[in-house]
Design a protein around this ligand. Structure first.
Ligand code: Z5A
Length: 216
């Protein structure tokens, strides 16, 4: 049976996940592969509606922390079944900007829910759809925030609900990601994202090509 690959990008905000995902996709497409790019929360109609609720309080009230977890998971369950699995089954490669490790990092390590509990709920949402590789773009919080502040200059919409959390929260998230990379070394690849985009992209390409195109 043909089966594509699932590569996920993770990390604190401002690590350059979207930038690097686009650079990786360009290189994968040069090899003639079908690539699906998607993101979390979002990637389906239901998921994008949930994204509005989670980031900009589209429902008119703040979700409580428990609802927040379940909304991320609902978006994920839909994305896995409507987009990711069908793509993998037809042999496409899927590049996903955040996946279940974000819930472990943000709601587990960041908000303080039990990591074991979050991992159990993650498994319910994803079933057996695990990433083949997770690229952790590690950036220190002040640099990540500087990058995001620069991007926001002159824009009407300011920071979203989670971006507006205290520095301490974002630091816990970063440390949580580093812990996940230690716990799951077979899947995680940590990349120093505190450099210019080109050397980061070159390192990512080395990691991806060594893992998936070892003949080259
Ligand atoms: N969240 C959660 O809590 N639980 C979950 O389960 C999930 C998510 C799935 C989603 O926000 C929020 O939801 C997120 C986590 C939480 N909140 N936070 N914080 P999002 O999707 O809107 O945002 P994000 O995922 O955090 O991504 P981002 O902040 O937009 O950053 P990014 O994708 O990593 O970076 P970028 O867009 O590629 O680059 C950001 C800016 O930096 C941009 O202007 C670039 O041109 C610039 N950039 C990129 N790379 C570089 C380098 N190397 N040098 C200099 N400048 C750079």
């Amino acid at each position: 049976m043909v089966h594509g690959r699932l590569i996920t990008f993770e990390g604190p905000e401002g690590g350059g996940k979207s930038t690097q995902a686009a650079m990786l996709i360009a290189r994968l497409e040069e090899r003639g592969l079908e690539i699906i790019y998607t993101r979390e929360p979002g990637g389906t109609k239901l998921g994008e509606a949930i994204r509005g609720i989670l980031q900009y309080d589209a429902a008119g009230e703040d979700p409580c922390p428990e609802s927040e977890v379940l909304l991320f998971e609902a978006s994920r369950a839909q994305l896995v079944r409507k987009v990711i699995r069908p793509a993998l089954e037809r042999g496409a490669w899927v590049v996903c900007d955040r996946f279940f490790d974000s819930t472990t990092a943000y709601q587990g390590f960041g908000r303080g829910f039990s990591v074991e509990l979050i991992e159990t709920i993650n498994r319910f949402a994803i079933g057996d759809t695990l990433p083949d590789m997770t690229l952790l773009l590690d950036v220190n919080i002040s640099l990540g925030m500087q990058r995001c502040a620069k991007r926001q200059e002159g824009k009407k919409i300011k920071y979203d609900r989670i971006e507006s959390e205290a520095l301490e929260f974002h630091e816990k998230v970063r440390q949580g990601y580093l812990e996940l990379a230690r716990r799951y070394p077979d899947r995680f690849r940590k990349v120093d994202a505190m450099r210019h985009p080109e050397p980061i992209a070159a390192d990512i390409w080395t990691l991806v090509s060594d893992a998936f195109f070892p003949e080259n």
